[in-house]
Ligand binder design. Structure first.
Ligand code: IPM
Ligand code: MG
Length: 357
């Protein structure tokens, strides 16, 4: 089978980590008999520099002509002074909206070889961490109406509106319950229903869904408590489902408890192709171009692409096993190395994973 993949290499370390992921796809293609064709798409700060727009016209259409999108990272200090609409982050929000990518899956897994890298107590780490954050990605405060105006007596005032409809909540909730069925059959829904009306609606829709999935153990967790539980005992969670901004914050927290943000992939999917796959780390401009970045998060994002966009679980598992194999042999990039471990660069790490495949 041939798959057409849109490559958004982006800014900072984006191009370097995408390059290694492409080599891994090549190795998978050889092993399992697939071919890949690539569509290079310019987006982010590099697009601003080259064509004057972080989200060039036709970006979404070009992505829609592909089976999946692989993104490195966008953004960096160079573009921070630009207006809200011009910033590289605006391109990221636009592509999520235009491709209808309402479900963002962010697994936080403590890989067996890296139990030592977990910053939590040894007993906690040894219980293991394997949770899936399901973040609503195209609604809530990120996409609500914003305003900025002068007042007579309070200076400038701003508002950001958080709105959620039953329909939006139900579709993300369903994703979470369906995923739980493929995992350990547990869903925790995170909200702030003791304060927010959107959360009260969120909770009532989730309760309705929970009745449709009696085989899945359901619980409500308040967002502040969830932040605490993630560092106290992350092993208790299987699938966590939450709204856009809570998910943004909690997914960074969850990533950190697994030791290195350089390891975690993500998938953003909607009701139709293409899905978008990207590492959850950013563009890391401080180490860009130095062959220091960890390519594993992007490589594991490719595994998610095989699993969720192409329904090829064996290919996905092969990539994950190759990553675990290389880590098990003690190979580390600088971000996850401890004293005495052998440090390799971006290219070498990619090569080792390809060899394992
Ligand atoms: C993320 C990022 C983005 C977000 C930013 C870069 C707009 O933090 O993907 O988590 O807030 O969604
Ligand atoms: Mg974030």
């Amino acid at each position: 089978m041939n798959y057409k993949i849109a490559l958004i290499r982006g800014d900072g370390i984006g191009p370097e980590v995408v390059e290694q992921a492409v080599l891994v796809m090549k190795a998978i293609g050889k092993k399992f008999g697939h071919t890949f064709t690539y569509e290079e798409i310019l987006m982010g700060g590099c697009a601003t520099d080259q064509v004057g727009k972080s989200y060039p016209d036709g970006t979404a259409e070009r992505c829609k002509a592909c089976d999946a999108v692989l993104l490195g990272a966008v953004g960096g200090p160079k573009w921070e002074g630009l207006s809200a609409q011009q910033r590289p982050e605006a391109a990221l929000l636009a592509i999520r909206r235009d491709l209808g990518l309402y479900a963002n899956l962010r697994p936080a897994t403590l890989r067996p070889a890296l139990t030592d890298a977990c910053p939590l107590k040894k007993e906690t780490a040894e219980k293991g961490i394997d949770l899936m954050m399901v973040r609503e990605l195209t609604g809530g405060i990120y996409f609500g109406k914003r305003d900025r105006y002068d007042t007579q007596d309070r200076g400038v005032e701003c508002t950001d509106l958080m709105a959620y409809s039953e329909k939006e909540i139900e579709r993300i909730g369903r994703r979470a319950f369906e995923l739980a069925r493929l995992r350990r059959h547990k869903v925790a829904s995170v909200d702030k229903a003791n304060v927010l009306e959107t959360s009260r609606l969120w909770r009532s829709v989730m309760h309705r869904l929970a009745e449709e999935y009696p085989d899945v153990a359901y619980s409500d967790v308040l967002v502040d408590n969830c932040a605490m539980q993630l560092v106290r005992d992350p092993g208790q969670f299987d699938v966590l489902v939450t709204e856009n901004m809570f998910g943004d914050i909690l997914s960074d927290e969850a990533s950190m408890v697994t030791g290195s943000i350089g390891l975690l992939p993500s998938a953003s999917i909607g009701d139709s192709a293409p899905g978008l796959y990207e590492p959850i780390h950013g563009s890391a401009p401080d180490i860009a171009g130095q062959d220091k970045a960890n390519p594993i998060a992007t490589i594991l994002s490719v595994a998610m692409m095989f699993r969720y966009s192409f329904q090829l679980p064996d290919e996905a598992t092969a990539i994950e096993a190759a990553v675990d194999g290389v880590l098990g042999e003690g190979w580390r990039t600088a971000d996850m190395a401890r004293m005495g471990e052998s440090v390799v660069g971006t290219c070498q790490m990619g090569k080792l994973i390809c060899q394992k495949l």
